[in-house]
Structures are given as C-alpha cells and as structure tokens.
Design a protein. Structure first.
Length: 332
C-alpha cells in the first residue's frame, strides 16, 4: 500500500514509536541541521549532542503542553475532515525511514500513496488558525518539517492542514506544498554530513560479542554464527555477531547466544561488554552496564545506571547474581 517506503508500522506516541526515534534525526529536528533558507543551522552541534546523549540515556518522560494535548485530541477529527473535503483515503503510519539503516525518520500525519502525497496536520487555537488563513502557504516554523518529509519519501506534494473547529466560518485550511529544489539540494548536502558526524560521536564500530542498540533494531546489523553454538536445555543457541558498540540486552539471549532471530526483543539501551551473561527472564534497562564475565540470573532486573561486574583493576572481574550452588539463583 505504501510502495517502496521503509515504514515503521506502529501508532505514533507509543513506546515503540518513541524508541524508534531514539538518537536519530527526525522531521521536527531537521531544522537544527538545515535552515529554511537552505543554510547549515547554527544549532548543528547542539542537536548532535542531544541525539548522542539521547541514544545513551534512553527515553525520558516528556513535557506535554495544553497545545499538544489539544492536537492529540483533534488530529483524528482533522484527518476525517480532510478525507471528506478531498475525497481521499489517508493511510496512517508510525514513521517513514530515510533508508534501510534507519538513520533518520519522519512521522507524517498521513500518507496518500496513490497520489504520492503526505499530510502535516496542526490543530491550533483560533488566533493562530486565522493567521494561517490570512498569510497562506506553509507557516515558516513548519517549512523544514514539510520539505524534509518530501525529501525522505520522494513524494511530489505535501498538504499542510490546519484544523480549528471553533472557527466555524472556515475550520479547515489546506495548502499543497511542492518540493523546494533549494531545500532538496541542501538536504542532500548537509544531512549525510550530519549523520556521519552523529555515528562518529556514537563510536559505532565493528566488534564481535556486542548486541545492537535500539536505533539499529531489526536492520540486519548482526548475524547468527552457524558454527559457534551451545546447547542449552536441549536447544541449540547461536552466537550473535553484532556490528555496533551500542549494545542492548534482548529477550531470549544467553551469554550472547540466541536460538532464532524472532527471539530478539528490545529492552532498553543497556550496554553489554565482553562475556557478560544474561539468563532466563533477567532484564537490563536504561543505561545499566554489564561488564566482563558478570552474570545476571533468573528474574533479576537491573535499571537506571548501575554498573554490574565493573572492572576494579585491569584483568580483575566480579560476577553479579553469582550461582551459590547448582540450580540456585540469586537476584540482583
């Protein structure tokens, strides 16, 4: 239905959606890379720092203003009004990725694939809505958001929609924006540079024994080593070879081994170093770190920012949740 677009299939605003955006540029942030005039933004370094920190610290509870709450409440009604007015059917998606590596994502408020068109919906208060009607076009504060969506999707047009049911004279404003060649060229020039700098700051390198971080989920940034296996409770588990130092603990893992790819489930932004082992239903969240030969057993949970099995000196190791006898487990 959405053609060749690389789609995030989930509802916007959910935990899955928030994790998918973690540590990568998004449409609302691209104004920190490129200005509406097509220049490099002065907020470039600040945005780099924000995304690197975000990829390490994980999702934080965000502030929700009354305007945001209004938008969440009215957006479905705005979409219905748009469909009625234009006699089209809008497809909702969680997001659209720039590429298979999922290095950048935009979150359109709707797609009309057969027309190669997308939507950006705003539900402002009456004063702002009337201002949009008077000035026409795409408001400057949303110009980069709309144009970057055109750049990522390759679509020809994007409708900016303002919906204010209180203004009964004209509650719906629709403006069809076309691709701006100046901004398309600027995106081509600056966004790849920004992504390259972002990856360098994150320290993404190839190293065996690391699992993949949240922003690299399901991107085949790993392989199951068919010749490196162990037997666990009668099951054959395969060693994971990942290619990023931004490791994460996934459900179904056993000391870096896994039975099949479908066992992979994201559990946060924990880092796993060297030969650390995670057993059973143990979970590691947020920025927790598990080093060396540390072991976490049973239903143990580690979150926030503890360091388990932390090095005390070069070569010295310590286990967490160590077995006291065969079959006996101790929770962290």
């Amino acid at each position: 239905m959405t053609g060749d677009l690389i789609i995030l299939d989930c509802e916007q605003g959910t935990e899955e959606w928030l994790h998918a955006r973690l540590g990568i540029p998004t449409a609302t942030g691209i104004e920190n890379i490129v200005t509406p005039s097509g220049k490099k933004s002065s907020a470039w370094n600040s945005y780099l720092a924000e995304l690197v920190a975000e990829s390490i610290e994980g999702v934080k509870d965000g502030f929700k203003s009354s305007d945001m709450a209004r938008g969440n409440e009215l957006e479905p009604l705005a979409r219905m009004a748009y469909e009625f007015e234009t006699d089209t059917e809008v497809v909702q998606v969680g997001g659209v990725y720039l590429n298979a590596e999922k290095q950048l994502m935009v979150s359109p408020d709707g797609l009309i694939p057969n027309l190669k068109k997308g939507l950006e919906i705003k539900c402002p208060k009456m004063k702002t809505h009337i201002k949009y009607l008077l000035e026409g076009g795409v408001p400057n504060e949303y110009l980069i958001q709309v144009q970057s969506a055109l750049w990522v999707t390759g679509y020809e047009t994007w409708d900016f929609v303002s919906y204010c049911p209180e203004y009964q004279k004209q509650p719906l404003y629709i403006y069809t924006a076309e691709r701006d060649p100046v901004l398309m060229k600027a995106f081509d020039q600056y966004i790849p540079q920004f992504i390259k700098s972002l990856y360098a700051l994150k320290g993404v390198t190839a190293r065996k024994g690391f699992l993949i971080g949240s922003q690299y989920d399901n991107q085949k940034k790993y392989e199951l080593l068919q010749n490196d296996t162990i037997n666990h409770n009668g099951r054959t588990l395969y060693r994971i070879k990942a290619i990023t130092t931004f490791g994460t603990v996934f459900a179904g893992t056993l000391g870096g081994y896994i039975e099949k790819e479908s066992n992979l489930k994201h559990l946060g932004n924990a880092w796993v170093y060297d030969n650390a082992k995670v057993y059973g239903n143990a979970k590691v969240w947020s920025s927790a770190k598990v080093y060396d030969s540390a072991e976490v057993y049973g239903n143990a949970k580690v979150w926030a920012a503890p360091k388990c099995g932390q090095r005390r000196s070069v070569g010295q190791r310590r286990s967490v949740g160590q077995r006291r006898s065969v079959g006996q487990r101790q929770s962290v």
